[in-house]
Design a protein around this ligand. Structure first.
Ligand SMILES: NC(=O)c1ccc[n+]([C@@H]2O[C@H](COP(=O)([O-])OP(=O)(O)OC[C@H]3O[C@@H](n4cnc5c(N)ncnc54)[C@H](O)[C@@H]3O)[C@@H](O)[C@H]2O)c1
Ligand SMILES: CC(=O)N[C@H]1[C@@H](OP(=O)(O)OP(=O)(O)OC[C@H]2O[C@@H](n3ccc(=O)[nH]c3=O)[C@H](O)[C@@H]2O)O[C@H](CO)[C@H](O)[C@@H]1O
Length: 369
């Protein structure tokens, strides 16, 4: 769905818009007819991503504020100037291991920034909010076929395994309380499964700092020769080939899911599943494909995309990892009319296209500097 035609397109504030999922969503929002303003402290991203979004869409980012979301004055000025109709909140720290070492930093950054943002939204009477949650809020899922087990529905039991996950859960609880307290709120808690891939242009993609924590950025750095081999974290899980199974979703599908969620909020959330009379809406929605692939299947798919064998070694399990995690994505289809369209082959082709053309991410890029 595209934004309605008026003299001035509706403005959406995107926090963390220079990041991986944020930049792809900024592009999708511009293509859907929205104007965007971005606040990002660039702690895990480069402004180059947004320059490239502008090149790809031929539209300007209306405003970019280089600041922490906890900077209340900067936020206030942004709301005052642009009067956004909605906020999509990507900004946050996301490295699980780091969150275990530095929990307070994670609680402060992730929860502190969300509180500052919500206070500013209330002050400026903006009540449409899309939150980046994560499948991590499901903790270790129960086995397939058990109540609350796989495939994961939004009503499955919640539980966090690390401080990063705790911040996502705490924010989900906070947002539910807010919607109960004030019926004007329209909120979606988008629980992403495993985002991967890049825009088909190969111009924007994931650019992790240092050694990647997640599987697919690691695999793509091996494919391009930056890293020597993949470490497969355990092959004794109770999965068909013994390696961990996850629900990988193309980042462009994920971006489209945000545009659909925003359209749903702006329509007043028809048929919300969990709204009681007299309360606002705060709806959790899975964004996944519903299909799980193992680590070895992901490596094989990437080998096909890059046209060569990729070295890997089986190592110990990573503490805290579940055997299998995949979604039931039917609620997103029912409520938002959204479903993932791009298959594993496309995810790997687009990831390879990005990585091949930008072996060191945004830092040094063939032909663009
Ligand atoms: N990528 C994933 O696998 C994944 C999965 C589930 C959920 N999420 C969530 O989605 C969101 C976006 O993830 P991503 O992969 O694009 O990460 P990212 O690190 O690429 O993007 C986050 C952006 O927010 C910025 N930022 C961080 N803290 C900030 C702050 N306090 N103020 C202003 N800017 C700040 C960073 O500079 C970065 O540009 C995060 O909230 C993350 O927890 C990501
Ligand atoms: C423990 C952890 O970090 N959890 C985060 C990670 O979950 P996930 O474990 O779902 O994602 P991931 O990409 O880190 O791992 C996917 C699968 O690959 C395996 N694997 C991963 C890396 C590697 O170098 N070798 C390898 O074998 C891993 O054991 C798992 O079976 O990412 C999610 C988002 O996408 C969430 O942010 C989770 O909170």
């Amino acid at each position: 769905m595209t934004a309605s035609k008026s003299s001035r397109p509706p403005v959406v504030l995107v926090t963390g818009g220079a990041g991986y999922i944020g930049s792809h969503t900024c592009l999708a929002l511009q293509e859907a007819g929205y104007d965007i303003v971005v606040i990002d402290d660039l702690s895990n991203s480069s402004p180059e991503s947004l320059s490239r979004v502008e090149q790809l869409t031929g539209k300007k980012v209306l405003d970019f504020v280089h600041s922490d979301v906890r900077n209340e004055q900067a936020l206030d000025a942004l709301f005052q100037k642009h009067k956004p109709v909605a906020v999509i909140h990507f900004a946050g720290l996301k490295a699980v291991g780091e969150s275990v070492r530095l929990p307070l930093m994670y609680y402060d950054a992730n929860i502190g920034s969300t509180v500052a943002l919500l206070n500013c939204m209330i002050k400026h009477e903006c009540f449409n909010f899309v939150f980046s949650s994560s499948a991590t809020v499901y903790g270790n899922p129960g086995p397939a076929g058990t109540p609350g087990g796989l495939p994961l529905r939004e009503c499955a039991p919640l539980g966090a395994l690390n401080p990063y996950g705790q911040t996502k859960l705490a924010i989900e609880h906070m947002l539910r309380d807010l919607a109960c307290a004030d019926e004007r709120w329209r909120i979606t808690l988008l629980r992403y499964f495993n985002p991967c891939g890049a825009h088909p242009s190969g111009r924007i993609g994931e650019d992790p700092q240092g050694i990647p924590n997640n599987l697919m950025p690691y695999v793509s750095q091996v494919a391009v020769g930056v890293l020597p081999h993949i470490n497969v974290f355990g092959n004794d899980y109770s999965t068909p080939d013994g390696t961990g199974v996850r629900d990988y979703i193309h980042v462009c599908d994920l971006a489209a899911g945000h545009v659909s969620a925003l359209a749903w909020l702006l329509k007043g959330c028809p048929a919300p599943a969990d709204a009681a009379p007299g309360t606002g809406t705060c709806q959790a929605i899975n964004l996944g494909t519903g299909v799980g692939y193992s680590v070895l299947e992901m490596i094989a798919a990437m080998e096909k995309a890059c046209g060569r064998k990729l070295a890997y070694k089986i190592t110990d399990r990573r503490p805290g990892d579940a055997d299998a995690v995949y979604s039931d994505a039917s609620l997103a289809l029912a409520l938002l009319g959204w479903k993932a369209e791009l298959d594993l082959e496309r995810m790997c082709q687009d990831l390879w296209n990005w990585q091949h053309n930008n072996p060191h991410g945004y830092a040094v890029t063939k032909g663009s500097q």
